[in-house]
Design a protein around this ligand. Structure first.
Ligand SMILES: [Zn+2]
Length: 374
């Protein structure tokens, strides 16, 4: 059965995104290296995910999962043999004409899916801008008390950064099968995420509950009983940052932590008053796409240089210091930070990248003073 082995290999070698497009599966939105949306078998809104890097899919509801051939079986309701034939042709080769027809169909579906993803992205950016425009100055609001409880007292941060605002009653929504539903409304800290061009591209939101010691709201989805993260981003954060130490400020040293609190802690510790302090929103954004295929590559911290939307510091920066949070999984965190720093060093000749392994003032100071190993 050499022939069928060959067809199996052909089917497996196809990028799963091409199979999604050949099948014309609709309603999937891109989220990083995943497509998320309704299950082609059992529907819903976001229970179905396709991992484009791993070439696998999974439905959380009907438990369908697998690779390219399984996806054809699920979507077309076919048996294995028929699915294999559908995907790579009958045991003979596809005719040149049939191959062209299929390629054309896949390309058309790809364009439709891309156009939808672009529309959804624009909608999210528009919503982010509306939330930001509705925000109030944060000084004298619950945001002050929240930051104090996170160790950033008023005397350390006398002037509230312009990129932080306050929303007195911000709805917290989750996706349900009937669309978005509000499961909580309450005060929130807003932070502007600005893209490389300085335009507001996303808003980071932290729901506040000052009745709790750490000041963070605990929001539970009544439908599932699941506790939701108290922080969410709406819009497009890719390549963006929360510019905590000001917009027009130009400096040679940039210190970037993942979260607002980590980065503010570094900023108020006084380690380098001349540095720029920007929060990277999340680790994935600081890292950009990484190369993860192949033996020993997962933790090697190699950037995928084809990711041209990944974060890069402004051109004035000659030293980029990534702050590594102490509470994350160290190997993977380090790999991600290294990937981001290496990309920046490759794209900005002369730039030095460093990791500050601990956010405490003294250690960070050592790094900034050029003493550390990072
Ligand atoms: Zn399903």
């Amino acid at each position: 059965m050499v022939e069928s082995d060959h067809r199996l290999a052909d089917a497996k070698a196809m990028p799963i995104e091409q199979v999604v497009n050949l099948l014309g599966i609709q309603g999937l939105a891109r989220a990083g290296h995943e497509l998320v949306g309704p299950c082609p078998s059992c529907g819903g809104r976001d229970r179905f995910g396709v991992n484009l890097r791993k070439g696998v899919f999974l439905c959380r509801r009907c438990d369908a999962k697998g690779g390219n051939i399984d996806l054809v079986m699920l979507t077309m309701g076919m048996e294995f043999k028929a699915a294999l034939g559908w995907l790579v042709g009958p045991s003979q080769e596809l005719s040149a004409e049939e191959r062209r027809k299929r390629e054309k169909r896949a390309e058309q579906n790809r364009l439709v899916n891309e156009a939808r993803a672009a529309r959804e992205r624009q909608d999210a950016i528009r919503m982010a801008r509306e939330i930001w425009a509705d925000g109030k100055p944060a000084e004298g609001t619950a945001v002050r008390e929240y930051l104090s409880r996170r160790g950033i007292a008023q005397d350390l941060l006398p002037v509230m950064p312009k990129c932080i605002r306050f929303a007195p009653a911000l709805p917290f929504t989750v996706k349900s099968e009937k669309g978005w539903k509000v499961i909580h409304t309450g005060p929130a800290m807003l932070a502007a995420v600005q893209g490389p061009d300085g335009m507001l591209s996303a808003v980071h939101r932290t729901w506040i509950d000052l009745d709790r010691p750490n000041g963070k709201a605990v929001v539970t989805d009544p439908a599932t009983g699941e506790v939701q993260p108290s922080k969410k981003v709406i819009g497009s954060k890719k390549g963006g940052a929360i510019r905590l130490s000001g917009n027009a400020h130009q400096a040679e040293v940039m210190v970037m932590g993942e979260g607002i609190e980590t980065t503010l802690s570094a900023m108020v510790s006084g380690v380098d008053a001349g540095a720029m302090f920007w929060a990277g929103v999340d680790l994935g954004n600081m890292a950009g796409r990484r190369r993860t295929r192949g033996e020993g590559v997962k933790f090697a911290g190699l950037p995928d240089l084809e990711d041209d939307e990944a974060f890069l510091p402004p051109a004035c920066v000659t030293r980029l210091v990534y702050v590594m949070d102490g509470d994350s999984e160290p190997r993977l965190t380090r790999a991600k930070l290294l990937a981001g720093l290496r990309r920046a060093m490759l794209k900005r000749p002369g730039l030095k990248g460093q990791i500050a392994s601990a956010p405490q003032g003294l250690d960070l100071n050592d790094v900034l003073m050029g003493k550390a190993h990072g």
